[in-house]
Structure formats: structure tokens, C-alpha cells
Design a protein around this ligand. Structure first.
Ligand code: IFM
Length: 403
């Protein structure tokens, strides 16, 4: 197969991604702060502390991103910091985020800003979070305030990160706050509320200059029977934690599709209930990440082609990466994914950029600090960021693929 290089245009966004809680750590106003202290799983994981201390050391991270040839970076605003009490907005938090964004711009780094990446203000969580009937209007008040404060500095917005993953982890499995399993009826209500929250936020953010979308988590679903027709049916079944149907419900309110791609998912059939099972865990450690996720670069191409066919919108890779503490697979992982992305580009899919997950080791939600996703390692004992070799390899890849 010909995977010869496509050279991406100068405007292509090359960068890396983070989210507030995962790199700033918990803050006293967020639901994850209470979860870390009172959650059922407290014994299983360390608290986030100040995570990789992005809040204070942001200049160092932005400098490293620039030195590695990046021209973009995805960060998120912590709703709880900005809106710590009902109806109250923190000028201090907004000013600090403004400073981070200004520094990015100063270094030639385009900010891509997520407004909601899984965490909630405690006051809203206490009322039921997204189940509360006013949750959408609370979200919109926060979006308006953030837009008013930062709108002149930000062009790229992501309203929501991975809605279906959130629904699955928080309300179906119940391992994230609020740590309860909910009836399908409630899960559907929350899902519809998130779709409404996006659509209305889109109206606030969409201007001629802005680019607004969500970051959707999509797997490369692959039927594992010997019958191709049956495989197509299995691939069509709505899988858990996958955002295809969510994208369909907001398709008229997106300027681009944000794609978070991580792995291939094997779908199998069995003779005993539940008859259909899905797994993204690879059998071969050489082709899977430290978390066992099957590495399948071709999937990024297959999904981009399908997104292009279904929505005819440009695509921004908002996340793609792996847990790899030894940094043994990351460079090849990036090369292979970018190469398949280039193939999609050559075949007419508009690809806007590639943001690797993550810029620095992050708190991986209920799994804590053990999985290492960063191009930059975090030495949590000394609270010192240490660039991994793959950070500099990424620089070479960027150079190779840029016009
Ligand atoms: O760390 C997460 C991120 O918060 C959302 N997308 C997947 C990443 C890796 O699991």
C-alpha cells in the first residue's frame, strides 16, 4: 500500500492536548475534589494534588511545545474554577486562563479551548449535575462568561469532550462521580441535555471567525467473525462509549468534527448471553499500550473517511496517543497515525490538524497517575517536567510533513 507522504499546509495545527483537572489537579470547587476525598475508590488511587502543575508552570510547558515545533495546543477551562458558586464567576481564574492563552499566542501557539472536559462544579454536582433541569442554563451562563472574557483571544472552541465516554463511566458503570449507576431513562435524559448544551453553546460561540465543535471519541469497530456481511452488522451496532450517534444529533451545529482516536475494538459473537461482546484489549503486548489498548493506526484513516462521508465537515484530531511509560512505542505510534492521516488527506478528506494526547503525563481519572501518556514525563516526586525522546521525534515528524 502506498503511504507516501502528503505534505500538510502551513495552516495545519500541530500540537498536543491536555485537560484542566488532568494537568492542574483537583481544586476545592470541583466534584472530582470531593470524589478524591470521599469517593468509594479513594483507597485505590492517589489524589491528583497539583498534577503536572500546569496552572503554575504553564510557561515552561508552552516553551517546550514551541521548541518541539508545535503551533497549537489544546487546553481546557475548569468550569468549577471559573464558576465556583452558583451565579458567581471568578475574575481571578479567568484572568489566569487569559494569561495562559496570551502566552501561547506570544509563542506562536494557537489555543484550542475546551469548555467542559468531564468535571463539574461541586454546587451543581450536589444538585444532580446534568440531571438537574437547569444544568443547561448554568452551563450556558458559564460559556457566555468565558466567551466574554476570552473570546477575543480564542478562535478554536470545543464545547464538550467525549459525551458518551462520560455517560458510560459516570452513569452506566458508575466509576466516576457521582459513582452510581442510573436507569437508562436518566442516562438518555443526560445525553439529550448534553446535546442541547452543545447546540445552544454553539450559537453563543459561532461567529465568522470561530471554529466550534466537540471532541468525539470514536473507536475503529471491527467485526471478528468469518462472515463479512455479519461483521458489517456487528460494526453497525451502537457500541458503548462511542460518539457516532451524538455527532448525528448535533450535525447542524459544528464547524468541524473533533476526533479523539485511540484504538481498535474487536466485536465478537458468542453462543451464550450477551451473545455480542466487544473488547479493545490487544493480545500482543508489542501492539498494545501499557493499558492494553490495541494500537491500530489504520483506524484513524478508516474513521476520518467515514466521518467525511457522513458529515462532509473538516476534521481536527483533538486527541490520539497511548500510555507508554518507557516511551518505547510513542514515536512509531505518531509516525504511523500521521501517515494514515496523510493518506486520508490525499484522498480528499480535509484534515485541519493533529493534537497528540498528551503534552505531559496526566491524571488518568480513576486510574490516577500510573498511566503515562505524555510527550513530557512528569517526575511527581520532584514536581519536575522532563521531556521524553518522543517530544523531539515529534518535532522531526512535524518538519517532515509540513509544506
Ligand atoms: O485522558 C483521557 C482524556 O481525558 C479523554 N480522552 C481519552 C484520554 C486517555 O484515556
Amino acid at each position: 500500500m502506498d503511504l507516501a507522504m502528503t505534505v500538510f499546509p502551513k495552516s495545519f495545527l500541530w500540537g498536543a492536548a491536555t485537560s484542566a483537572y488532568q494537568v492542574e489537579g483537583g481544586n476545592q470547587w470541583s466534584d472530582w475534589w470531593s470524589w478524591e476525598r470521599g469517593g468509594k475508590r479513594t483507597a485505590d488511587h492517589t489524589t491528583s494534588g497539583s498534577a503536572s502543575d500546569f496552572w503554575n508552570q504553564y510557561k515552561l510547558y508552552i516553551d517546550l511545545a514551541r521548541q518541539a515545533g508545535m503551533n497549537a495546543m489544546r487546553i481546557s477551562l475548569e468550569w468549577a474554577r471559573v464558576n465556583p458558586e452558583p451565579g458567581q464567576f471568578s475574575e481571578r481564574a479567568l484572568k489566569h486562563y487569559g494569561e495562559i492563552i496570551d502566552y501561547m499566542r506570544l509563542q506562536g501557539i494557537e489555543p484550542v479551548v475546551t469548555l467542559w472536559h468531564f468535571t463539574l462544579p461541586q454546587w451543581l454536582a450536589a444538585k444532580g449535575g446534568w440531571l438537574h433541569r437547569d444544568s443547561v442554563s448554568h452551563f450556558l451562563a458559564y460559556v457566555k462568561t468565558a466567551h466574554k472574557a476570552l473570546g477575543n483571544k480564542v478562535q478554536w472552541w470545543i464545547t464538550l469532550n467525549e459525551p458518551s465516554v462520560y455517560l458510560y463511566e459516570s452513569y452506566i458503570l458508575g466509576v466516576w462521580p457521582p459513582e452510581r449507576t442510573f436507569a437508562l431513562w436518566d442516562v438518555t435524559r443526560i445525553r439529550n441535555r448534553l446535546a442541547r448544551a452543545h447546540t445552544l453553546a454553539y450559537r453563543i460561540l459561532a461567529t465568522q471567525h470561530n471554529q466550534v465543535g466537540i471532541a468525539a471519541n470514536l473507536f475503529w469497530d471491527t467485526g471478528m467473525t468469518n462472515i463479512p456481511f455479519l461483521n458489517r452488522i456487528l460494526e453497525w451496532l451502537p457500541p458503548r462509549g462511542n460518539d457516532w450517534s451524538f455527532l448525528h444529533s448535533i450535525k447542524n451545529s459544528m464547524d468541524y468534527v473533533g476526533l479523539n482516536y485511540y484504538f481498535k475494538q474487536f466485536i465478537k459473537i458468542g453462543l451464550t448471553p450477551p451473545f455480542v461482546s466487544a473488547s479493545f484489549l490487544g493480545k500482543n503486548p508489542r501492539t498494545s499500550s501499557d493499558l492494553g489498548w490495541e494500537i491500530a493506526p489504520q483506524g484513524i484513516y478508516e474513521i476520518c473517511k467515514r466521518l467525511h462521508k457522513k458529515f462532509a465537515l473538516p476534521i481536527l484530531i483533538t486527541e490520539n496517543g497511548l500510555a507508554d511509560a518507557r516511551d518505547a512505542k510513542r514515536t512509531q505510534f505518531i509516525k504511523d497515525h500521521v501517515s494514515w492521516l496523510a493518506k486520508a488527506g490525499r484522498e480528499g478528506v480535509a484534515i485541519l490538524g493533529y493534537l497528540h494526547w498528551a503534552l505531559v503525563d496526566n491524571v488518568e481519572w480513576q486510574l490516577g497517575k500510573k498511566p503515562r501518556f505524555g510527550l513530557i514525563a512528569m517526575d511527581y516526586e520532584r514536581m519536575k517536567p522532563v521531556p521524553r525522546q518522543s517530544l523531539w521525534a515529534y518535532k522531526n515528524i512535524i518538519e517532515e510533513y509540513t509544506a
